[in-house]
Design a protein around this ligand. Structure first.
Ligand SMILES: *Cc1c(COP(=O)(O)O)cnc(C)c1O
Length: 387
């Protein structure tokens, strides 16, 4: 049975990406690789909205978070970690482990970060070297007001560096790195870019690059200075995940062919439809409408329903959605809709979810939920498609 893979990464990989990943191996110190590296980084820079550098590192998204920290910070640096969920916690923890002095502004899980509160905190404290922000919190399905947060940080005493975990938002949700004043943003191949896991992405602006020279955290594998030296020769310092990079090139080209605004509008419309469909199934959504992510929708499990039973009932019907993370394990479900996703796949997911809910004892009108989802999707698609 073909799976409808609806987790927030890894995401389904389109046929063309799969074919690219299955090509014969090439020399990673040869000219074809140089072209692959240059084209993919140039496409990513356009998608992210930066004239700065993009480095492709072999590793998972967490590796790119570590790279962000160790390349621009020193032990003892004052860093503010702004967290709204599990991934914000992870970013702060990495900085702490490498010796930064990390203060935290934590918001309730399910809420977005409030730029006003972050601004007040920054104004009351001695200057921070950097602020760690999450674009889209995958563990709760909440999108942060990243532009406002970045503006707030840039206006704070000492003008801290703006370091962003953009792993589950980049490509799928509006992001203008240079215009918004983001100094460093990271992502990974297996989220909206539709390739297999294995390539970590780091976009580095001028201020972050300048900070590298004085940064004293230990680094070797993730050192941007090495990546830069080798990129000039069309190579990476260490053997990269060549096959994944070939897939990533096609994923990036696919997004570029669709066009940024169109991709963003597609994700927003599918998110609106997913939200309405889940509500139609009687599930309460985690995030308030104005903070809902365009790439992952989280809903509370009905009272008395075990995630293990519900998840198994879905899997038996070919649908794979994610459960909760960290302290929300067993309390929520999360439907991923980033990258290669159409309304038909969400519609099919809603149908299966209705059946699975019935199987575990929650009577649901699946047909009505699907109609509600489709209506919300179509309404959003009509109003948000750019001219
Ligand atoms: C997926 C994800 C990560 C972790 O990426 P890995 O590839 O699993 O290491 C970090 N942050 C966010 C927001 C994510 O969605």
């Amino acid at each position: 049975m073909e799976q409808n893979l609806r987790v927030p990464g890894p995401t389904p990989i389109p046929r063309a990406v799969r074919d690219a990943q299955a090509q014969p191996m090439i020399n990673h110190r040869g000219p074809e690789f140089g072209e692959l590296l240059r084209e993919t980084t140039a496409g990513l820079a356009r998608l992210i909205g930066t004239d700065g550098e993009v480095f492709l590192l072999t590793g998972s998204g967490t590796g790119s978070l570590e790279a962000a920290v160790v390349n621009v910070l020193s032990p003892g640096d004052r860093v503010l970690g702004v967290s709204i969920g599990a991934f914000g916690d992870r970013f702060a923890k990495i900085a702490e482990i490498f010796g930064a002095h990390v203060d935290r502004v934590d918001f309730e899980w399910g809420e977005a970060a409030d730029p006003g509160r972050v601004g007040e905190y920054l104004a009351a404290e001695p200057p921070y070297a950097a602020v760690l922000l999450t674009h889209n919190e995958t563990s709760t399905g909440v999108a942060n007001p990243l532009r406002e947060l970045a503006t707030t940080v840039r206006a704070a005493p000492g003008t801290p560096l703006v370091l962003v975990d953009g792993i589950s938002g980049l490509g799928a949700m509006p992001f203008e790195m240079d215009d918004w004043g983001v100094d460093l943003v990271v992502s990974a191949s297996q989220k909206a870019f539709m390739a297999s896991p294995g390539i970590a992405i780091a976009a580095v602006g001028a201020r972050a690059r300048a900070a590298e020279a004085s940064a004293r955290m230990p680094r070797y594998y993730w050192d941007f200075r090495e990546a830069r030296t080798w990129a000039e020769k069309g190579q990476t310092p260490w053997t990269p995940a060549v096959s994944v990079l070939s897939g990533l090139q096609v994923g990036v080209a696919t997004l570029e062919a669709e066009g940024r605004e169109r991709t963003w509008a597609r994700h927003a419309a599918i998110a609106a439809g997913t939200a309405a469909g889940l509500e139609g199934l009687g599930l309460a959504l985690v995030a308030a409408p104005e903070h809902r992510s365009a790439t992952v929708t989280a809903a509370w499990l009905p009272d008395g329903i075990e995630w293990s039973a519900l998840g198994a009932a879905m899997r038996a019907r070919g649908l794979v959605v994610a459960g909760g993370q960290g302290k929300w394990t067993g309390r929520i479900l999360r439907v991923g809709h980033m990258g290669d996703v159409t309304w038909e796949e969400i519609d099919a997911a809603l149908e299966v979810m209705g059946e699975a809910l019935s199987e575990v004892g929650v009577a649901e009108d699946g047909a009505r939920a699907r109609d509600a989802g489709r209506a919300a999707y179509e309404a959003a698609a009509r109003t948000s498609v750019p001219v």
